[in-house]
Ligand binder design. Structure first.
Ligand SMILES: [Zn+2]
Length: 457
């Protein structure tokens, strides 16, 4: 087993499994973030792509699936096994990723005026089409055999379709060996999150550690929303909510629905303006049995399809919305304001003090979202400078990840006779903190692998 990504990082997830002349990847994610990190996407894979027989995919976040089309472009013709909701999400996420790469490439070309070594985008829509043909959707709990590897997918409670994967294989001496890959683990607060199962019995565990040294704040998102809505109502402004398309958008809409039902906020116009989020929201409805939502709240889906939510599909409608007077609430993407229609809303409304921008998730370095949240007086949007006059607020408690406390509790369900726990998908600080806590509490041997470290199990 080799850690070929997300070791000491939170993006670029990839682990190589090799046994009895069969090679498989668990995840094949894109590196995301500042250029010095995302440049790693252009490095060759250590293995020839046509020697990989299968990819076992945990979920449809780009940092876990985003390099699949590149693997295919370089010759991978094996199967990609993932859950049904993940397969549906891939059809939305991968074409979007190809679009972003195209823009990214244009940017690079402009900046370096052809003097760089990259000749084309990492991959294009044709590679994505071929990739989607290689996807095999499977059910949670279904056993799938691929060469010497038998796999079973368990609900991880992170985003729709997200799974932890149990890989079982046999050593030459006939001894069975089981490795459980947690993928990204969901938080313990369950509202509108996909359901979460306890990890199964295994010999080795590969556990994510994104929040290995932090607990989420316990603030009440409803209080922040009430405050924000009363502010823009009073001034007849717009509340602009940048939200990630998968999970966060649906959660925000659910909170707005519940709060309107409870008369905590009035029924003012809500606009959902993100083609990707619109399609993902349909999937949440389609797979509602996979999501933690009490049946008494199924009115949420009627709410989504009612006049109380204006779904903005076409670019023309979105342009009209830019001019629409408040009060109202615009939910749009991307969540970090690094692209998408949110930019047009910010451009037209950020200089007007009647408006408010409400962030709903982590804002990475070098993103517009981070600049606004940090209180920069001027920000650059689509190549022009704007003065920030709109108010700014943030809800910090809606993470789709388990925090330190959740991860420690999750490890409590591991097999007490396990041989080793490996921590990946985390920076070194969080990994060390979590490793120490797991070792002290459960006396499990814990390993912190470095990039390209290989283990013979
Ligand atoms: Zn994820």
């Amino acid at each position: 087993m080799q850690f070929a990504g997300a070791a000491g990082q939170v993006t670029g997830s990839r682990t190589v499994l090799e046994h009895a002349s069969t090679r498989a990847y668990v995840d094949c994610g894109m590196y995301q973030g500042p250029r010095y990190i995302s440049d790693r996407n252009y490095l060759p894979f250590a293995e020839r792509a046509d020697t990989i027989q299968a990819v076992f995919l945990t979920h449809a976040h780009v940092d876990h699936c985003g390099l699949l089309p590149l693997l295919v472009k370089r010759g991978f013709r094996g199967k990609i096994f993932c859950t049904k909701p993940t397969a549906d999400l891939l059809e939305i996420v991968l074409p979007d990723a190809a679009g972003i790469l195209k823009e990214d490439f244009k940017d690079l070309s402009k900046k370096f005026k052809r003097k760089h070594s990259i000749e084309s985008p990492l991959y294009d829509t044709l590679d994505v089409e071929q990739t989607l043909k290689q996807v095999i959707p499977i059910a949670f709990g279904e056993e799938v055999t691929c060469g010497p590897f038998k796999t079973e997918y368990f609900r991880a409670g992170h985003i729709l379709g997200a799974a932890g994967i149990l890989v079982t294989t046999e050593k030459k001496n006939g001894e069975s060996i089981q490795i459980y890959f947690s993928g990204d683990v969901g938080p313990s607060h369950p509202i509108l999150h996909p359901k979460k199962e306890n990890p199964p019995k295994a010999d080795y565990y590969v556990l994510e550690s994104t929040y290995g040294d932090r607990n989420h704040t316990k603030e009440n998102p409803e209080e922040i929303i009430v405050e924000a809505v009363s502010r823009i109502l009073h001034r007849k402004g717009m509340l602009i909510i940048p939200a990630f398309s998968i999970g966060r958008t649906q959660l925000i809409l659910y909170l707005l629905y519940k709060m309107q039902e409870k008369k905590m906020i009035p029924e003012l116009p809500i606009y959902l303006d993100s083609p990707m989020a619109l399609r993902v929201t349909e999937l949440y409805e389609m797979y509602k049995s996979e999501v933690n939502i009490p049946s008494k709240d199924f009115g949420f889906f009627a709410f989504l399809n009612s006049r109380r939510v204006t779904k903005v599909y076409h670019a023309e409608e979105s342009k009209r919305l830019v001019e629409t007077p408040g009060p109202g609430i615009i939910v749009s993407a991307s969540g970090m304001c690094s692209g998408g229609r949110i930019l047009f809303h910010l451009r037209s409304r950020i200089e007007d003090p009647r408006n408010m921008i409400l962030f709903t998730g982590y804002q990475a370095e070098e993103t517009l979202g981070r600049d606004i949240l940090e209180g920069h007086a001027r920000v650059s949007i689509l190549g022009r400078e704007y003065v920030v006059r709109a108010s700014v607020a943030a809800i910090q408690s809606l993470s789709a990840h388990a925090d330190f406390h959740d991860l420690l509790g999750y490890a409590g369900h591991f097999n007490y006779q396990l041989k080793k726990v490996f921590l990946n998908h985390g920076l070194d600080g969080p990994r060390q903190h979590l490793a120490k806590a797991i070792h002290e509490k459960y006396h499990f041997p814990v390993e912190i692998p470095s990039y390209l470290d290989t283990y013979y199990l």
